[in-house]
Design a protein around this ligand. Structure first.
Ligand SMILES: *Cc1c(COP(=O)(O)O)cnc(C)c1O
Length: 401
């Protein structure tokens, strides 16, 4: 019998009932704008920021319209100017170089390793080319953050973290987003909290926080924030900083607040599914599972594996064979960008230089989403399907092409 999977790779779980109830309250009173509050009301957006700051252990937090907006705002707030260069991962998703472009800056792409993290030797070699690194913890893979911070300290490079795939993750006990000067998160539907669209940035730096709040469109209402620096921090900044509207609203904040309390649990649920995939695929001939370091607490909301040295025909055969059986894999080496997947060489506006290591890694890289609507048994079934399709392509002699 040929096994098939019938679940949806894009179906996330529901919003918690408490979030639905809170959203209905906001809809009933009608004060959706974050600064539209009554005398003794903080507002959902301000409370969300306060609660997320406490959860992640940061002094300041700003909630905004998207993860991409959080990153662009962070870059502006740390002082990136049009024409500057910003170091970033070659292996990431389009909103990351997009955030650099939004500021009028140009990315300097750094190679990826076989562990799918930023190549620290290549970073060290390029560190003199920019003052800022926008570090993307792409697909939840966290590099040796101690060494990365050392390289960046030595080269005077400011680190801004893109934690779209590591919200809830950590390196040696330090939460992802708390190594760099600013941590950015996304609450878009496919990430670890779901408000449709949305994002956060966190920092301990009062000046950066004040700039980010002004940039997000606070007008002179910044005192209505709670996870924010005192009014003195805004004294000059309020004149110097343009308003680039990107505020979180009370409706989405109401949906998000109860999701903070369940995040740690959700991460464990993702990891149980991730381990089922890992167990089912480790040892399949021709296939390499990405071994995760003990220092990393990852969130397995997506799964990657390598078919090292396989040619395009073999990669396409595996993708097609799996899709036929209901398993949606994304191939990062495909010549044409498709769906949510594009790679550095297709971002031609950034004029990317060729990166041979990244090309080699991406040529053999397959990726899939793991929504929490999948059970652990579903993941065992998915692993069996992938294993059999990889074996079939291997036995057909395709892999050697
Ligand atoms: C989703 C994503 C973002 C930001 O996403 P938004 O859709 O703007 O919230 C940033 N980086 C990575 C790697 C992402 O996948």
């Amino acid at each position: 019998m040929v096994e098939r999977f019938t679940g949806s790779f894009t179906q996330q779980g529901p919003i918690p009932e408490t979030g639905i109830a809170a959203a209905l309250d906001v809809l009933r009173h009608g004060r959706l704008h974050r600064y539209n509050v009554t005398q003794d009301e903080a507002g959902e957006a301000a409370l969300l920021e306060e609660e997320f700051a406490a959860f992640i252990g940061a002094r300041y937090c700003l909630a905004v319209t998207s993860g991409g907006y959080a990153m662009a705002t962070a870059l502006r707030a740390v002082g990136v100017q049009p024409g500057d260069r910003v170091l970033s991962n070659a292996f990431t998703l389009a909103p990351v170089p997009g955030a650099i472009a939004a500021v009028g800056a140009a990315p300097v792409f750094v190679e990826v390793t076989d562990q799918l993290t930023i190549d620290l030797d290549d970073l060290a070699a390029k560190a003199d080319q920019a003052d800022v690194l926008l570090l993307s913890h792409m697909r939840g893979h966290i590099c040796d953050m101690d060494r990365l911070m050392e390289i960046c300290r030595d080269a005077n490079v400011t680190v801004v973290e893109d934690c779209a795939h590591t919200m809830g993750g950590s390196w040696r006990g330090v939460a992802s987003g708390r190594h760099g000067i600013v941590g950015c998160y996304s609450t878009q539907t496919y990430k670890h909290m779901n408000s449709g669209e949305g994002g956060f940035l966190v920092t301990d730096d009062a000046e950066i926080a004040a700039r980010a709040i002004m940039l997000s469109g606070s007008y002179m209402l910044y005192a209505r924030h709670r996870a924010s620096p005192p009014a003195e921090a805004f004294e000059q900044i309020k004149y110097e900083t343009p308003n680039m509207s990107g505020r979180m609203d009370n409706l989405r904040a109401a949906i998000l607040r109860p999701q903070i309390a369940i995040l740690a649990d959700q991460c464990e649920r993702w990891n149980a599914r991730y381990r089922a995939l890992e167990d089912g695929l480790r040892g399949v001939p021709g296939l390499t599972v990405i071994e995760r370091p003990n220092d990393e607490y990852y969130v397995g909301s997506s799964f990657q594996f390598l078919l090292p040295g396989w040619g395009p025909a073999a990669m396409e055969a595996v993708v097609a064979g799996c899709l036929d059986r209901g398993v949606e894999l994304k191939w990062f080496g495909a010549p044409e960008p498709a769906g949510f997947t594009s790679k550095y060489s297709s971002w031609t506006y950034a004029n990317p230089a060729p990166l041979p290591v990244t090309d080699r890694v991406l040529a053999g890289l397959l990726d899939m989403r793991v929504p929490l609507t999948f059970s652990v048994e579903d993941c065992q079934l998915i692993a069996r399907i992938i294993a059999s399709e990889v074996t079939r392509a291997q036995e057909a002699g395709l892999a050697a092409e």
